[in-house]
Design a protein around this ligand. Structure first.
Ligand SMILES: [Zn+2]
Length: 295
């Protein structure tokens, strides 16, 4: 299969220095996701940034599973979510009411400033093991700034994130100063490296982040450093829905609600809003989830 070069993640390291980073680009996946609903421009931009951000954050995970960012709010935007798995599969969705403020946007600040009582969750769901949920205060002007603040305060890993999106293509860049464990090592590194790298990173323009290749971006920013590039990883649209997950959702709502649903719709049809897949449950299957039979 031909590699799709428009949706990818490039990890990088700076030689002799405890810094790692990632550059991500999403194009086909972004367009697939944005075509699922008629989103207003500012919501498209917010989703693009959230998708790039999850693709960046997924790279920091050491587990198999998925990471998602989820905004919940009252106001015209109800919720927005973006998810990336360890396989580099991304999906996203938002629910909102038309808002004249959403007609244009250059970054996530357009939507963020309209939110009422917003909460941003970072969810980490390993394939096996405990789920984790962090809450990120949405009190900075952009999504990137909110996430940076979260890393600095909660994770205590100095992290710099830049996000930029058009309705065609989204880009993101993350650099992290990795924890060092012994004093000797601390003395060996160049103390100015982190302030220097973050300052350089801040000079990246939105158009550069969305339009240049990962190589060009890294050269443009860090050509005075020795940048090491492992192999590029592919990102793509992918959905984690399944019949099993739908069954779990039915179990969650309970047998009475399932009986009520069956009275109106038999078989029960469940459409995945992320990918439009349709799952069908006959009455026998749906009630069988509760160990019950048709009566
Ligand atoms: Zn799906």
């Amino acid at each position: 299969m031909e590699k799709n070069m428009s949706d990818l993640r490039q990890r990088f390291y700076i030689e002799d220095c405890p810094v790692r980073g990632e550059v991500v680009h999403l194009e086909e996946a972004l367009q697939t996701i944005l075509s699922q609903r008629p989103y207003q421009p500012a919501v498209q931009i917010l989703l693009g940034e959230m998708l790039s951000a999850t693709a960046l954050l997924a790279s920091t995970l050491k587990i198999k599973g998925r990471i998602s960012l989820q905004i919940q709010a009252s106001g015209t935007l109800k919720w927005a979510m973006a998810e990336c798995t360890h396989l580099g599969e991304v999906r996203g969705l938002a629910d909102y009411e038309d808002d004249p403020h959403f007609q244009e946007a250059s970054d996530s600040s357009t939507v963020l400033k309209t939110l009422q009582n917003p909460v941003l969750f970072i969810n980490i769901e390993p394939e096996f093991g405990e789920r984790y949920q962090g809450i990120v205060p949405l009190d900075q002007p952009t999504l990137a700034r909110c996430l940076m603040q979260y890393y600095d305060l909660s994770a205590q890993i100095p992290t710099h994130i830049v996000l930029a999106t058009t309705t065609e293509r989204s880009g993101g860049l993350l650099i992290q100063l990795l924890p060092r464990n012994n004093e000797e090592e601390q003395q060996l590194i160049d103390e100015d490296i982190w302030p220097r790298l973050t300052m350089l990173t801040e000079t990246l323009k939105s158009e550069e982040l969305t339009q240049l290749s990962a190589n060009e971006i890294l050269y443009r920013l860090y050509n005075e450093e020795q940048v090491k590039l492992p192999e590029i990883e592919q990102l793509k649209f992918g959905c984690t829905c399944s019949k099993e997950r739908c069954a779990n959702a039915l179990i969650q709502i309970g047998v009475d609600a399932v009986r009520e649903t069956l009275a109106e719709q038999n078989p029960i049809l469940m459409d995945c809003q992320f990918c439009q897949a349709r799952y069908t449950f006959t009455a026998e299957e749906a009630l069988g989830l509760f160990g019950e039979h048709l009566s």
